[in-house]
Design a protein around this ligand. Structure first.
Ligand code: FE2
Ligand code: FE2
Length: 272
């Protein structure tokens, strides 16, 4: 696997660990009943939206990197350690889409009053997409990571709508259409590759649940008012998620949120 430390980044990029962000003392003092800071009528909303846009920008770079790696890391073929040529073609198409999304995210960042490097980069998306098994790679990248992109874009699109920003709304709407396609490719390939191997499919779906729990970022994604990003159920259905899978995802997000709150409570108790 290509080591995360060697990804191409210039001096504008600053990295931080995801756990440092979740357990940041400024967040641990946040009231539980507080609404999401992406609610337009609260004072932090513009900065929260800029931070999320920067997160989308680095997420797009990492999505480009992992989709591109899938074309390169596996020999072409039908075997267990190989990736079929048509799958690689889909990943190449996705890389092209993600490159375009990176450009759009940079322009949207300028539009929203921020710039590359104003916020830190976390590389968990890339790291979760570094599995040596092609099917686990596919579920990690095209079902978990790209699924998260659907939820985030849907949230940002709604934010553009409520704040009456047609540029933001339009861009998010179009990128959302691409992300639904990326998840649909993942859903279709997962079914195709594991058609005669129920054990392998089961293992892949378990791996996806583990990654989805990580990608709920301790309450960043969930169904409550205070979770900034909600599950985009309709778009997930369009992308091949069953209702049962969506319900499972709701439970995983709630678990991740409860665990993060317990860690924060422990951190507060320890500092007191
Ligand atoms: Fe994207
Ligand atoms: Fe994507």
């Amino acid at each position: 696997m290509f080591p995360v430390e060697e990804l191409a980044r210039d001096e504008r990029f600053v990295r931080m660990k995801i756990e440092d962000a979740i357990l940041d003392p400024r967040n641990t003092t946040m009231k539980k009943e507080r609404r999401s800071n992406l609610t337009p009528d609260i004072a932090e909303a513009p900065d929260a939206a800029r931070a999320l846009m920067h997160g989308i920008f680095v997420g797009e770079i990492q999505a480009l990197e992992v989709a591109g790696r899938t074309c390169w890391d596996f020999p072409t073929g039908p075997g267990r350690d190989e990736a079929p040529f048509a799958l690689k073609l889909d990943m190449a198409r996705q890389s092209w889409d993600e490159a375009r999304h990176v450009e759009i995210a940079i322009k949207l960042s300028e539009h929203m009053g921020t710039a590359i490097g104003e916020f830190a980069e976390q590389t968990m998306l890339y790291e979760a997409g570094c599995n040596a098994d092609p099917v686990l790679r596919l579920t990690g990248v095209n079902r978990a990571l790209e699924g998260l992109a659907i939820d985030v874009f849907n949230t940002m699109r709604d934010f553009g709508d409520t704040t009456q920003d047609p540029v933001l709304f339009f861009c998010e709407d179009w990128m959302l259409a691409d992300e639904v396609t990326h998840v649909k490719m993942g859903s279709d390939w997962l079914r195709r590759i594991t058609a005669d191997d129920p054990e392998r499919r089961k293992g892949a779906l378990e791996f996806q649940r583990a990654v989805d729990k990580l990608f709920s970022f301790g309450g960043f994604r969930g169904e409550e008012d205070e979770n900034p990003v909600h599950l985009a159920r309709n778009f997930r259905r369009l992308a091949g998620f069953s209702d049962e899978e969506i319900t499972g995802l709701v439970e995983i997000s709630a678990e991740a949120y409860a665990e993060a709150q317990a860690s924060r409570d422990a951190a507060i108790a320890a500092s007191a």
